[in-house]
Ligand binder design. Structure first.
Ligand SMILES: *[C@@H]1O[C@H](CO)[C@@H](O)[C@H](O)[C@H]1NC(C)=O
Length: 208
């Protein structure tokens, strides 16, 4: 008996679409799925009837095994037409599902539909589901809501202060401009007075 082994790897982190493939009698096909630790995974497989309305031929049966990355078997079904499995991953990595078609002469092709979904982190959900932790979360959320409200109030007050400061700033600026003009004028007139005073002083002393 000869087994042809074909491994094709699907690396879909969350939802894997159902896939279709064919296995020949006495052959095996494996499929890998990268599963994160603690995530829930659910698989469903069934043989597709090639002749709708007719019963499946008796040799259309499969053996199914699912393995952890380390090689421990998580699921096993023998000589079945369909089945399903579900487990929470205890290790990170590529989990393998192998489907073999039972031996038959002459060789026949068996069409299999395989749906493997994973990605729901079980640990987080089981924590959320506990009544006590829901209450604790509610309390935390209320505290957060209070904090947000007080931050909002503070921001509003700050905006008001900012507006006041801007008004004061504008007034100060215009006053400063006015004052500097006045002081310039004063300086110029004092200089003119000094000049005039010195000139008359020297004229009186007959120096000029
Ligand atoms: C499937 O399981 C049956 C029952 O154990 C076994 O006889 C048969 O060899 C298996 N077929 C394949 C292809 O592994």
């Amino acid at each position: 008996m000869e087994f042809g082994v074909v491994v094709f790897v699907l690396t879909l982190p969350f939802v894997a679409e159902s896939i279709h493939f064919e296995v020949e009698s006495g052959h095996i096909k494996c499929m890998g799925e990268d599963i994160k630790i603690d995530s829930m995974t659910v698989g469903h497989y069934s043989i597709v009837n090639p002749n709708q309305g007719h019963p499946l031929p008796p040799h259309h049966k499969i053996n199914v095994s699912v393995y952890t990355p380390k090689g421990d078997r998580l699921h096993y079904a023998e000589v079945v037409e369909s089945g399903q499995f579900a487990f929470g991953a205890e290790e990170d990595g590529n989990h393998l599902a192998c489907i073999s078609a039972i031996d038959h002469q002459p060789e026949d092709k068996i069409f299999v539909e395989f749906d493997w979904r994973s990605g729901v982190a079980t640990k987080q959900w089981s924590n959320v589901a506990k009544k006590g932790s829901v209450d604790a979360m509610e309390l935390e959320l209320k505290k957060l809501a209070d904090t947000i409200a007080s931050i909002q109030e503070e921001m509003f007050a700050l905006r008001l202060r900012n507006l006041e400061m801007m008004m004061i700033n504008r007034n100060t600026n215009s006053r400063m401009g006015y004052l500097s003009l006045v002081s310039l004028f004063l300086c110029l007139s004092v200089a003119a007075l000094q000049l005039w005073h010195l000139k008359s002083f020297f004229q009186k002393k007959k120096i000029i």
